[in-house]
Design a protein around this ligand. Structure first.
Ligand SMILES: [Zn+2]
Ligand SMILES: [Zn+2]
Length: 368
């Protein structure tokens, strides 16, 4: 790909002042930084921008670029270099990326655990003991990673700070950036004789039992935060938190919708036709329900307050009972005979009359 002209990249004139170049770069950097801009080519644009700025903000490099363009002979044919470390420049604008002292206390990791419970446990609330693997300071070396009786040595390369300073040219002049020390991997210390329990890591994995109170009314996917039940902190920092995500198993009869419960209730066609008083299961126990004569399939009855408790307010939702009328199968001869007789009487005066609208529309459909 042909390299774009640096002035063009920054959108400034060839005689732009240093201040104009700086302003243009700041503005575009905010637009194209990959952390901010999610467009596919933002990364590429940002690199191009950083490279253009690096050259044009340096008087010597700019003069050479003005004379030779991208083909600077002093650069060995490779042209101007890329924009290594542009992340650090960005950090100065937006205040991120400060490196931590490896010896400073740090909070332990937050953990997440998924616990599956029954529908009725969600209704009533339940207490569970869950076993989670957590990382803790090694009890043998108390987190130092060194064999008991020995001590970790301070890293000579970084002097125990865990990072190394690197000087860089930026628009602000010469600035010092920090990178993690590769000798001690940021720990600031080197273990000569590692602890046998943790093999020098200073941390061990342990299974920990945690008691979780799951409140009544909890819904599928809701989570409970247990402060301080996560992983142990580093260098005496506080424990992380444990998040228990609750999965509620499906019930064979009940379906939860918000705090309401929906269920299908089968009725025989005689019950639906003649009416009946039936017992309906709810999470609160059996409830009696009057089915009026002539109930249609798909009818819905509401049992007020027979739903799930709201996990926060404790207020109960309702239960909705959807009627499903069961067509009888495998009839005896006697049953068939009675139904045929029923049908004959119905032809004279009955079902059709009550549903004139639908029946006549169907008749019209067939006869045109
Ligand atoms: Zn150890
Ligand atoms: Zn070091």
């Amino acid at each position: 790909m042909e390299k774009r002209d640096y002035y063009e990249v920054l959108g400034v004139a060839r005689d732009a002042s240093a201040a104009e170049i700086k302003r243009a770069y700041r503005k575009l950097a905010r637009t194209y930084h990959p952390d901010v801009n999610k467009e596919a080519d933002a990364d590429q644009k940002f690199k191009e921008l950083s490279e253009a700025y690096e050259v044009l903000s340096d008087d010597n490099q700019r003069a050479r670029y003005d004379q030779f363009g991208h083909q600077d002979p002093s650069q060995g044919g490779g042209g101007f270099g890329g924009a290594e470390g542009f992340g650090d420049i960005f950090d100065m604008f937006f205040g991120g990326g400060r490196r931590q002292d490896p010896n400073a206390p740090r909070k332990g990791q937050d953990l997440q655990y998924v616990e599956e419970i029954d529908f009725m446990e969600a209704f009533a609330g339940v207490e569970k003991v869950i076993t989670i693997p957590v990382e803790e300071d090694c009890g043998t070396c108390h987190g130092s990673g060194a064999k008991p009786g020995t001590h970790p040595e301070t890293c000579k390369r970084c002097g125990g700070s865990g990072h190394i300073n690197v000087e860089q040219n930026t628009m602000f002049g010469r600035v010092v950036n920090q990178t993690t020390c590769s000798t001690c991997h940021g720990r600031g210390q080197i273990v000569k004789e590692p602890c046998e329990t943790c093999r020098g890591a200073g941390r061990v994995r342990k299974n920990k039992d945690v008691r979780v109170k799951i409140p009544a009314g909890i819904d599928n996917g809701q989570q409970i935060r247990l402060a301080g039940k996560g992983e142990a902190g580093v260098n005496g920092g506080p424990f992380g938190d444990l998040y228990v995500v609750v999965r509620v198993r499906e019930h064979e009869l009940f379906e939860r919708v918000d705090d309401h419960i929906v269920m299908d209730m089968p009725l025989t066609f005689t019950q639906a036709t003649l009416g009946d008083e039936i017992e309906v299961p709810t999470v609160h126990g059996k409830v009696s329900l009057k089915i009026p004569a002539g109930t249609q399939t798909g009818s819905r009855f509401r049992l007020r307050g027979k739903g799930m408790p709201n996990v926060r307010s404790g207020h109960h939702g309702d239960q909705y009972v959807n009627v499903v009328i069961i067509t009888p199968k495998n009839l005896t001869d006697r049953q068939k005979e009675l139904l045929r007789e029923f049908n004959e009487i119905s032809d004279e005066k009955g079902v059709e009359e009550q549903h004139e609208g639908v029946f006549s529309r169907i008749k019209t459909f067939f006869t045109g």
